[in-house]
Design a protein around this ligand. Structure first.
Ligand SMILES: N[C@@H](CCC(=O)N[C@@H](CS)C(=O)NCC(=O)O)C(=O)O
Length: 210
């Protein structure tokens, strides 16, 4: 059995954040597939034995079970000694971006992609609202990345893995990411790192063709 076990599924960008960290830090890990589209995360068994919050990702390590990608990233940075903060200022800066990501950058974009690109709802007042919120969050990150290689400056950290969770997925959102040149360059910088792979290569293929 591998040292780290990541409960995940291909479509989950929140799980991809942890998978990216495991892959780029060279950890010994394996995936434990979740059958999300058959309702596994909503089953009483999953909630009682794997994650009461009913979500991916879940990381198992030496008898510990951790959930929430931000917690998992923080834990992995401490365990591996890689991609973590170098001092207190960086610790707070990383936490600041992880919180912004969970509230705005990932959450609106991921929900938009789920509705528009996976459930194929077409445009509705909900997707239009989500796209407006995601566009605002992308604009903030685009501005922050001007003149910086990564969120904290010159060095790749877990804050980047958090925000990078959904930017490599191919499903339609009705947003054109090429309109964000700093985000596109940042995405390419992360993709050039040794160990990087596409979400569906790291965590398993999509449940169907979207
Ligand atoms: N804030 C959480 C979000 C996790 C999350 O929303 N995971 C999705 C998959 S990407 C999920 O399992 N959703 C199940 C549900 O909400 O029912 C994290 O960062 O881990």
């Amino acid at each position: 059995m591998a040292e780290y076990r990541l409960h995940c599924f291909g479509e989950s960008g929140n799980a991809y954040k942890a998978a990216l960290m495991l892959a780029l830090s060279g950890a010994d890990w394996e995936r434990v597939p979740i059958d999300y589209f058959s309702g596994q995360t909503r089953s009483p068994e999953f909630r009682e034995t794997i994650n009461e919050m009913g979500e991916a990702p879940v990381l198992e390590h030496h008898g510990r079970r951790l959930t929430q990608s931000g917690v998992i990233l923080t834990y992995l940075a401490e365990q591996t000694g890689k991609f973590g903060p170098a001092n207190d200022d960086e610790r707070y800066e990383i936490l600041r971006w992880i919180l912004f990501d969970n509230h705005k950058f990932t959450s609106y974009y991921a929900t938009l992609r789920f509705q528009f690109g996976i459930q194929k709802t077409g445009d509705t007042p909900v997707t239009e609202f989500l796209r407006g919120r995601a566009t605002a969050a992308y604009g903030i990150v685009e501005k922050h990345l001007a003149g910086r290689s990564f969120l904290l400056g010159d060095r790749l950290t877990i804050a980047d893995f958090s925000l990078a969770g959904y930017v490599y997925y191919p499903e339609a959102t009705g947003m054109d990411l090429t309109a964000y040149p700093n985000i596109m360059a940042w995405k390419a910088r992360i993709a050039a790192m040794p160990g990087w792979a596409e979400p569906y290569d790291l965590m398993g293929p999509p449940a169907k063709q979207y």
